[in-house]
Design a protein around this ligand. Structure first.
Ligand code: IMP
Length: 430
């Protein structure tokens, strides 16, 4: 049975949640491996409408084991609310396990994130303001607090005392903010620890058992390859590795165990937050892609921000595929292009007199490249009711074939609307 990683292959918001919901039904173990509550997706199924930020998508099937891996950063208040909401809607969370190695987003992380953004002024990153960056930074600086620490009074108190001394200096001296109370945070986080204790575990044996028994495992990505801290449009990136390598690292699975790496791409492109976006469009073209007022509207689930929109960028798509070993493309939101007479694909960049077929690492240069477009005829008919690939208009089939050719991966699925049955499976992943 395969281990399938589903990763975002653009700047996040590719519709991964929608794809993962379908695949989660077939998996026996679903692992969320990275990011935190900067992610968000809405799930609509027969049991209701749900907003998930940290809990894996397999949660709706009572027989599936769901795991939050050590690569995730967790805001306990947000997680507890999410669990409470799920339970309130009749969803069992009994088969959820959270790695005791996962790092905790503390109140000072959220404050730091927001103050840092304010200080950056015009150079702001456009973070989600959830404390993600500072939490990962502390993890790397080895001053983080892990979920397992919340279970041990003495460990928590001594770690917190040590860290808070420095954080309070930062908050008061640099940001002019009031100091945080050790006592208050200690008691609050100890309480969170108690409330989460039933879920917190050493998750390695769970993963290993599933691998040994050859169970179908789904690694559920958050964010997207172009937001990768190493390979993305730095510094306009998130603070974790959202791709295939991050999936292995954050879940605790060796790279040789991955059988399928599915990259989720929108049929066009979107971005929230700042940073270069070579194929960005505005005006009427943007209005079509943004779909305001429709269920697919380009508005962030977590932040409610309007997303920037543009044409499919095959230079970046191929780059994402190569650095992540993407072998299967999942193309979402094809129906958004239904009304267009012509559809553009960016096949290369021009920089002064030079043609480029890869993205320059310097974002100032990436921000200056001119996209070279190829135009394909649109299909100008609704696709949202189509359920088989060969029933898609021939222009739509050609468009998808061209995206696959340019990206260098086979097609796995195509989605033509937000409902589960609007996902057309071409090559089954499980
Ligand atoms: P952070 O992850 O909150 O630090 O934000 C850093 C950048 O990543 C910002 O541009 C965010 O808009 C972007 N980002 C983070 N998470 C997501 C996501 O789930 N979808 C899309 N963009 C995201």
């Amino acid at each position: 049975m395969p281990v399938v990683a589903v990763i975002g292959a653009q700047w996040g918001d590719e519709g991964k949640g929608h794809i993962v919901d379908l695949l989660a039904e077939r998996a026996r173990l679903v692992i969320r491996y990275g990011g935190g509550n900067n992610a968000g997706h809405t799930v609509v199924n027969e049991r209701g409408a749900f907003k998930l930020h940290v809990v894996p998508s397999g949660i709706f099937d009572p027989s599936t084991v769901n795991l939050i891996g050590s690569g995730v950063v967790i805001d306990p208040a947000v997680l507890l609310k999410e669990l409470g909401d799920l339970q309130g809607q009749g969803i069992s969370v009994a088969k959820l396990f959270i790695s005791e190695r996962a790092h905790v987003i503390m109140p000072y992380h959220v404050l730091q994130d927001q103050y840092e953004e304010t200080l950056r002024g015009d150079n702001k990153i456009g973070t989600t303001g959830r404390g993600i960056g500072p939490a990962y930074a502390d993890k790397m600086s080895r001053v983080g607090i892990r979920l397992g620490d919340l279970m041990h009074e003495e460990t928590l108190l001594s770690r917190l005392r040590q860290v808070l001394e420095v954080k309070n200096k930062l908050l008061t001296a640099v940001y002019g903010a009031p100091a945080l109370s050790l006592h208050e945070i200690y008691l609050r986080y100890l309480d969170y620890g108690r409330k989460l204790a039933d879920y917190v575990a050493d998750t390695h044996p769970i993963v290993q058992r599933a691998l040994d028994r050859d169970l179908p495992i789904l690694l559920e990505g958050a964010q997207g390859a172009l937001l990768d801290v190493d390979h993305g449009t730095y510094p306009f990136v998130t603070s974790s590795p959202p791709g295939a390598a991050g999936a292995c690292q954050g879940a605790g699975i060796g790279p040789t165990s991955l059988n399928v790496i599915a990259g989720v791409y929108k049929a066009y492109a979107t971005r929230v937050g700042e940073g270069p976006f070579p194929t960005e469009v505005s005006g009427e073209e943007a209005d079509v892609l943004r779909q305001i007022g429709k269920p697919w509207a380009e508005v962030g689930t977590t932040t409610g921000r309007l997303r920037r929109v543009g044409w499919f960028d095959a230079v970046l798509a191929r780059y994402a595929a190569r650095i992540n070993g993407i072998d299967t493309m999942v193309i979402t939101k094809l129906d958004v292009l239904d009304t267009l007479p012509k559809i553009k694909i960016c096949t290369g960049y021009r920089l002064h007199d030079t043609a480029l077929d890869y993205p320059p690492s310097n974002i100032a240069i990436l921000g200056r490249v001119e996209p070279i477009y190829e135009e394909m005829p649109g299909w100008r008919q609704p696709t949202s009711g189509v359920r088989r690939f060969d029933q898609l208009p021939s222009e739509a089939q050609d468009y998808i074939a061209r995206l696959c050719e340019l990206t260098g991966a086979r097609i796995g699925m195509v989605s033509v609307g937000p409902e589960r049955e609007q996902i057309i499976e071409v090559n089954q992943l499980f």
